[in-house]
Design a protein around this ligand. Structure first.
Ligand SMILES: Nc1ncnc2c1ncn2[C@@H]1O[C@H](COP(=O)(O)OP(=O)(O)OP(=O)(O)O)[C@@H](O)[C@H]1O
Ligand SMILES: [Mg+2]
Length: 141
């Protein structure tokens, strides 16, 4: 249900009051595109996503390893392994139809061609809410 309210100085405030059917995640199809990338690629990836009008993302500093199980370093004649390498994780929730173009854009911007370029995981998102307006589903993106 949508109600229009006005605040004390007359500004319009649209209030979405979700009924229970809006919480079941039923009809809106969204995916979380999680990208683990090199930290130095973050800016150009963010620029690319901006140009595509992706309206939000979450960035987290993370550490991890892939198939090479870290990285062998040489120091003062010794050899040791850095198991966890610093990466950046980007979480972008988009409508299903935008998943492919986000994956293509991120993989292009994140690529150096060397091992450790990163990985993209796609997972279903049940529902979302914009807290201020209480909009749910894809309207909340
Ligand atoms: N299977 C996985 N599960 C969770 N995180 C992973 C997985 N594989 C890779 N990652 C994350 O992605 C980061 C980058 O992985 P990376 O690019 O080295 O993958 P890879 O499979 O080893 O590919 P490449 O051979 O190109 O290096 C890792 O540091 C880790 O944070
Ligand atoms: Mg690797």
């Amino acid at each position: 249900m949508i109600t229009i309210e006005r605040d004390e100085i007359g500004r319009v405030n649209v209030v979405h009051t979700p009924d229970d059917s809006n919480y079941d995640g039923g009809s809106d199809k969204m995916k979380m595109v999680t990208c683990i990338v090199r930290p130095e690629k973050l800016e150009s990836i963010a620029d690319t996503l901006d140009k595509m009008h992706i309206v939000g993302m979450t960035v987290t500093d993370v550490r991890g390893f892939g198939r090479q199980k870290g990285q062998v370093e040489h120091y003062r004649g010794g050899e040791y392994t850095i198991r966890f390498i610093n990466k950046v994780r980007l979480d972008v929730v988009v409508q299903d139809e935008d998943v492919k173009k986000v994956m293509e854009a991120v993989s292009k911007a994140a690529s150096t061609g060397n091992v450790g370029d990163g990985k993209i995981f796609v997972t279903p998102v049940e529902n979302a809410m914009r807290i201020r307006t209480k909009e749910v589903g894809t309207s909340a993106l």
